[in-house]
Design a protein. Structure first.
Length: 140
């Protein structure tokens, strides 16, 4: 009986009308872990139709629910917002890649300079002579 009581508690913990999208996502996850995806989706949709609100209907909620197999009827504005969020995510990813490439290049440059300094410090007379011969032209 305790197992059924626990499941009933999950079902009865429907987010309130003023709930944020995170609460709706968490409630779906709780339903899914107790009943499986198919029943969770069905219960979630019934509750959303009764208590869902426009402030919780965010790109994050729509994306999560679409991954669970639930598609929202989107207004034109929701589509524009989702497209904008997708573009921003793409720029964020591009900036992250650029940041890591920049860090990698900086490590390579610093490592190369470090090797040059190390070699100069190891045998300065020999290396200065090699450098001088490389840059000084020989007269005829």
């Amino acid at each position: 009986m305790a197992i059924l009581t626990g499941k009933a508690d999950v079902v009865n913990s429907i987010p309130s009308y003023n709930a944020k999208f995170e609460e709706w996502i968490q409630w779906h996850k709780d339903l899914k872990s107790n009943f499986g995806k198919k029943i969770a989706n069905s219960l979630w949709m019934k509750a959303w139709k009764i208590r869902g609100n426009s402030s919780a209907n965010t790109n994050e909620l729509r994306s999560y629910m679409e991954k669970q197999g639930i598609k929202f009827d989107k207004s034109a504005w929701d589509s524009v917002v989702d497209m904008g969020d997708n573009i921003t995510d793409a720029f964020g990813t591009a900036f992250q890649v650029t940041k890591f490439v920049g860090i990698g290049l900086a490590v390579i440059v610093v490592g190369g300079v470090g090797m040059i300094v190390f070699n100069l410090a190891k045998s300065p007379a020999k290396n200065i002579g090699v450098a001088a011969r490389a840059f000084v032209t020989k007269g005829k």
